[in-house]
Design a protein around this ligand. Structure first.
Ligand code: FA5
Length: 337
């Protein structure tokens, strides 16, 4: 019996197999327990002899199991150590380094330019009230010009802002002392426009507002001219065309002469040679009044531009959707080293 048990111990290669041998030979239902249990039936002479023998056999098997167990455990540890070994001399995997998105860069460039002209940066909420998005800008409920900007309404009174112009009204309203304002506001805007090469349902605008005593149309033209030349080159011309916005009077749209230069030379863009990049005008007296400014004392100009369109023009991007599909092959072209 002992030989048979010891052979099984020797053959066991896992802790489970070893446990099975222990249960089979030393367990409550095992042969040794059975012998010990049957001791009462033996004669007085036989009892100590058989008892001792059974105990010795039990001890031997138990020792063999313990030894084997230690062996298997040591082996497992060895294996684990070998498998989990770390080669600290291996070179690290390179971590990809990102860079600013083209749109972020262009917005920052425009911000810097206007900070240089004395403008402050303001922000406003993207979920806007009907009041600030429309009413405070001289677009009362039911005004037909609301249709110029097809909106995403959340409730009757809340919508995703369709332009950054509400920040004009918010900024003027917030000033208790009605002092001069000179600010720009970059941010996301939303319209139910069908996406195509030049339209996106979510895009960026940068609003500008300058309110002071004696602000004139020529000031607007001067600032926009400086912006265009600094952004696109000193050889660029601007052109103001009459337009309509309910919050400005008179209103204009600004075109920039489009000469696109690359390594092979320069060419003038298709069509008229002009590209529209922003809307602007003199702040409507009603808008000033609603924000608590006296239009007899104060006047101002405002403009709103689309930085995607400006980046498209500056870098020759042919489709506005490139800004939003996040194809790294597109984005990486504009990472500065
Ligand atoms: C406005 O949104 C006026 N709030 C601008 C303004 C501000 C006028 C202050 C006067 C005073 P408009 O809807 O034209 O105007 O949009 C302004 C610019 O946003 C456009 O010139 C264009 O560059 C850009 N834009 C308009 N719709 C889209 C669109 N769906 N996708 C991308 N850019 C757009």
């Amino acid at each position: 019996l002992e030989q048979e048990a010891l052979a099984k111990v020797e053959a066991a290669s896992t802790l489970q197999e070893l446990q099975d041998v222990r249960v089979a030979y030393l367990g409550k239902k095992g042969p040794i327990t059975e012998v010990l249990r049957g001791m009462g039936k033996l004669s007085a002479e036989e009892r100590p002899v058989i008892g001792e023998l059974a105990n010795t056999v039990r001890g031997n098997i138990a020792n063999a199991i313990d030894e084997k167990k230690a062996g298997i455990e040591a082996e497992q540890l060895e294996k684990q150590l070998a498998e989990e070994q770390i080669d600290v001399t291996l070179p690290g995997r390179p971590v990809a380094v990102g860079g600013p998105h083209l749109l972020t860069s262009i917005v920052e460039e425009i911000e810097d330019l206007f900070i240089g002209l004395g403008f402050e940066i303001k922000e406003g909420p993207e979920v806007e009230t009907d009041y600030y998005n429309f009413e405070a800008l001289n677009l009362p409920k039911g005004h037909p010009a609301r249709d110029m900007q097809d909106s995403f309404y959340i409730t009757e009174e809340l919508l995703l802002r369709t332009h950054t112009s509400p920040v004009q009204a918010r900024t003027m309203n917030a000033l208790e002392d009605k002092r001069p304002v000179k600010m720009i506001c970059p941010g996301k805007v939303y319209r139910r426009d069908t996406d195509d090469a030049t339209h996106s349902h979510q895009f960026t605008q940068i609003e500008g507002l300058y309110v002071d005593k004696n602000v004139r149309m020529s000031d607007l033209k001067g600032v926009l001219d400086r912006f265009a030349k600094q952004m696109f080159g000193e050889d660029r011309e601007i052109r103001l065309r009459p337009s309509f916005f309910p919050f400005t009077e008179p209103s204009v749209e600004m075109d920039i002469s489009c000469k696109v230069c690359n390594g092979k030379g320069c060419s003038v863009c298709k069509g008229t040679g002009w590209i529209e990049i922003l809307g602007a005008g003199m702040v409507h007296p009603r808008v000033l009044e609603m924000a608590g400014y006296d239009p007899k004392e104060y006047s101002g100009f405002a403009f709103g531009m689309g930085p995607e369109r400006i980046a498209m023009l500056k870098y020759g991007v042919d489709d506005i959707r490139h800004f939003y599909t996040n194809d790294l092959r597109f984005l990486k072209q504009y990472h500065q080293a």
